[in-house]
Ligand binder design. Structure first.
Ligand code: HEC
Length: 189
């Protein structure tokens, strides 16, 4: 009897030892903790960077293209990989004023032309959650920027915050002779 109890006890102890990965539970638990902490930090960062509802956070600069551009613009360059803008998938939309002139490689394009380059950080151009920003050009009236074809340049994030509103970072590439002869338009047909 005693022996059996002893064996049972040992067996129990053994099983206890096998269940011992209390340490593992502990580790899992703290991993979860870290995840929560990371999510919290991510949330705080996002919250801090989200513009207030009045559209502020970008000095009130509005994007030069409408929110519904996909239904009123035409796709003039289909989905492809662009290496110049950092290895992103992109496609180009043109408004009614620009469409035919853009497709004909005209120089200059008419005043009021708007070109919207959608940039995706995923494998294609169909998943809108991969659409992270737009690069946009709008042809303004003569005198806006006579040195560079009177184009208004913008880089706009997916939440429509305008983060660049000048040609400063854009123009060195778009002055390439290949682009210049098509009024600063760079995308190959
Ligand atoms: C490193 C060079 C480079 C810079 C910087 C650059 N672009 Fe471009 N851009 C290109 C090239 C090349 C294309 C053609 C598509 C491609 O290969 O990505 C293009 C295409 C475009 C298009 C599509 C219309 C067309 O055919 O040209 C727009 C709109 C555009 N860029 C706007 C901008 C704006 C706005 C900026 C600045 C915020 C900018 N780009 C900065 C090289 C550049």
């Amino acid at each position: 009897m005693l022996k059996i109890e002893g064996r049972k006890a040992r067996k129990h102890k053994g099983r206890g030892a096998r269940h011992a990965p209390a340490a593992t539970h502990c580790t899992l638990f703290s991993v979860q903790h870290w995840l929560f902490a990371a999510m919290g930090i991510a949330f705080l960062l996002t919250a801090r960077c989200t513009p207030p509802p009045d559209g502020g956070g970008n000095d009130g600069t509005e994007p030069v293209f409408p929110t519904n551009y996909r239904s009123v613009f035409a796709e003039v360059r289909d989905c492809r990989l662009g290496i110049e803008h950092g290895g992103v998938m992109f496609r180009v939309y043109a408004n009614e004023i620009a469409r035919d002139a853009y497709l004909d490689n005209q120089d200059p394009l008419p005043v009021g032309s708007v070109l919207v380059k959608e940039e995706f950080d995923g494998p294609g151009c169909t998943d809108d959650s991969d659409l992270f920003q737009w690069r946009v050009m709008r042809k303004e009236a003569p005198g806006f920027d006579p040195d560079d074809g009177d184009w208004h340049w913008q880089r706009v994030l997916a939440d429509r915050r305008v983060v660049e509103d000048t040609k400063a970072s854009c123009i060195r590439c778009h002055r390439d002779p290949e682009c210049l002869r098509r009024d600063y338009m760079c995308t190959e047909p």
